[in-house]
Design a protein around this ligand. Structure first.
Ligand SMILES: O=C(O)CCC(=O)C(=O)O
Length: 260
């Protein structure tokens, strides 16, 4: 079922290419949502597997995001979603790439109590890639709005390249960056969504997520896709360190499967 292709409309594709993000409602059904919530709940508690929880309670990063990277490597149910053709093929349609590979998935929970916003940032500067073009799907597992951590995007900011990465715990103001002139946080589009809906955003698009002021976790699953042929920059990253990837060669192999 998750292997079915979804044909995006021309206006969705054009909107993504113009603005660097797009909202797609009901990317999963109510039954799939229930399954995904169950699997995510199970995988968040895994100890000693291949997925990585990037920080624990008590650490400042945890107040921004309780994040687990590569859930698909520890849970067959997560793998069904993360490796699904439905999402990857939508990424292919949006980017126009000939092929799409997985870079990694990450469960992104904003925990209640002392939750901090995810500051304005671009994703691409964190990734060990020479070319831009990689992007994420962000699937809401809960209804999201400004009270519990919905996202905001600055339209057309995907055109801004060569900025330094933003530290998510001690952020600098990306809008003050010399290379970001013309970008305006007041132009940001707030994306409130129902659980089971998603956004896709380019790795260069400026985005932000509100703090979670409710008593329940805000649960999301993000999956990062890269155009087939994207090459390794040699920079350090949790998902590539120790793999002996060759600088300037395509990122490929079993941990980065071609999905569409
Ligand atoms: O979920 C969040 O709070 C932020 C997500 C994000 O920055 C991303 O998916 O790139």
């Amino acid at each position: 079922m998750l292997d079915n292709r979804l044909t995006l409309s021309e206006s969705q594709i054009n909107y993504y290419r113009e603005n660097g993000f797009v909202q797609v409602d009901n990317i999963i059904s109510a039954e799939e949502l229930a399954e995904l919530r169950e699997y995510l709940g199970e995988v968040m508690g895994v100890e000693g597997g291949n997925s990585v929880q990037t920080s624990k309670k008590g650490n400042a990063y945890f107040n921004v995001l309780n994040q687990r990277v590569n859930t698909w490597r520890d849970h067959g149910g997560m793998a069904r979603f993360v490796l699904s053709r439905r999402f990857a093929d939508a990424a292919r349609q949006l980017t126009g790439a000939d092929g799409i590979r997985l870079f990694h998935d990450h469960a992104l929970f904003k925990m209640p109590q002392d939750s901090k916003p995810t500051p304005w940032h671009q994703d691409w500067p964190y990734w060990p890639m020479n070319e831009s073009g990689a992007m994420s799907i962000w699937i809401a597992l809960d209804d999201v709005d400004e009270n519990n951590g919905c996202m905001m995007f600055v339209p057309k900011s995907q055109k801004i390249k060569n900025l330094k990465h933003v530290d998510l715990v001690e952020p600098h103001d990306i809008f003050s960056d010399e290379g970001a002139s013309g970008m305006d946080r007041n132009q940001a589009v707030i994306v409130r969504m129902k659980a089971g809906s998603c956004t896709f955003h380019d790795g260069l698009t400026f985005h932000y997520a509100h703090a979670n002021q409710t008593d329940n976790p805000r649960r999301a699953l993000a999956i990062i896709y890269m155009p087939d042929g994207t090459t390794f920059s040699g920079a350090s990253h949790t998902c590539t360190d120790g793999l002996n990837l060759v600088k300037d060669q395509p990122i490929r192999g079993g941990l980065f499967p071609k999905l569409a």
